[in-house]
Design a protein. Structure first.
Length: 244
């Protein structure tokens, strides 16, 4: 107590009491208290386009979400996947993303398959962690409820009772996207997200725009196109994308 009073009398001291005198919480420890929270809240759309995307995912087994960076494509898709898993509507979440580098060559990456793909799937991990919390996320990975499925290894599979998210689909060729779409099985939902204007493939190789235009004519498939009004990042992002 004397040390605490001494620090209160000298505000320049760099170490301060966590609680004021007499307000300590019995048995409290910063190590024991967890900061992870379970997924308890629903995502609220911030634009008409985002609302249209959420409605499309609810009413269609296959949804294509196209739009610029910052429109919430990936985050909303992950949120709906978590919601479906938590409500026992599906047995697992399957995440896939092409391992295409954005103009850089990372070279050889050590580790097992999941560790090698981790840098490419970081945006998906971030969205999952925000919705589930770190501990819950690790547990779901451990028991196989959430699976990482590289695009290269998806051929030949039939994904039943699953929620599949294909992120950065603009970095897939026409043949790859066609292969991914035909993986859809019974009682499953698939969402493809991507920005056709930000492909890291050579010109003419991305198949996202062509696939979207062809599937747009099918009533059973939802193609949602988001725009600048749906960007929820810093306002400067929308301004930059308008001129870049």
């Amino acid at each position: 107590m004397a040390k605490r009073n001494a620090r209160a009398q000298h505000p320049d001291v760099k170490i301060h009491a966590l609680f004021a005198a007499g307000n300590e919480r019995p048995g409290w420890s910063p190590v024991e208290e967890t900061r992870d929270q379970s997924y308890v809240r629903r995502v609220r759309p911030k634009s008409e386009g985002q609302q249209a995307l959420l409605d499309a995912i609810d009413s269609h087994n296959l949804t294509l979400a196209l739009g610029p960076a910052g429109t919430g494509k990936t985050y909303l898709a992950i949120s709906k996947a978590v919601e479906a898993l938590e409500n026992n509507q599906v047995a697992r979440i399957i995440l896939s993303r092409p391992a295409v580098e954005a103009g850089e060559n990372l070279g050889y990456l050590p580790g097992d398959l999941q560790e090698k793909l981790s840098p490419y799937l970081r945006p998906l991990y971030d969205a999952l962690g925000d919705r589930l919390g770190g501990k819950r996320l690790k547990a779901l990975f451990a028991d196989g409820s959430i699976e990482i499925a590289p695009v290269a290894f998806m051929r030949g599979r039939t994904l039943n009772n699953s929620f599949i998210v294909i992120d950065e689909a603009q970095n897939c060729t026409y043949t790859q996207i066609k292969m991914l779409l035909t993986r859809l099985g019974w009682h499953s939902t698939m969402v493809l997200t991507g920005d056709p204007d930000q492909t890291d493939l050579l010109p003419g190789l991305s198949g996202l725009s062509d696939i979207a235009n062809r599937l747009d004519a099918l009533g059973q498939v939802a193609v949602v196109r988001l725009g600048e009004r749906d960007i929820v990042r810093h306002p400067l992002v929308a301004s930059m994308l308008a001129v870049l």
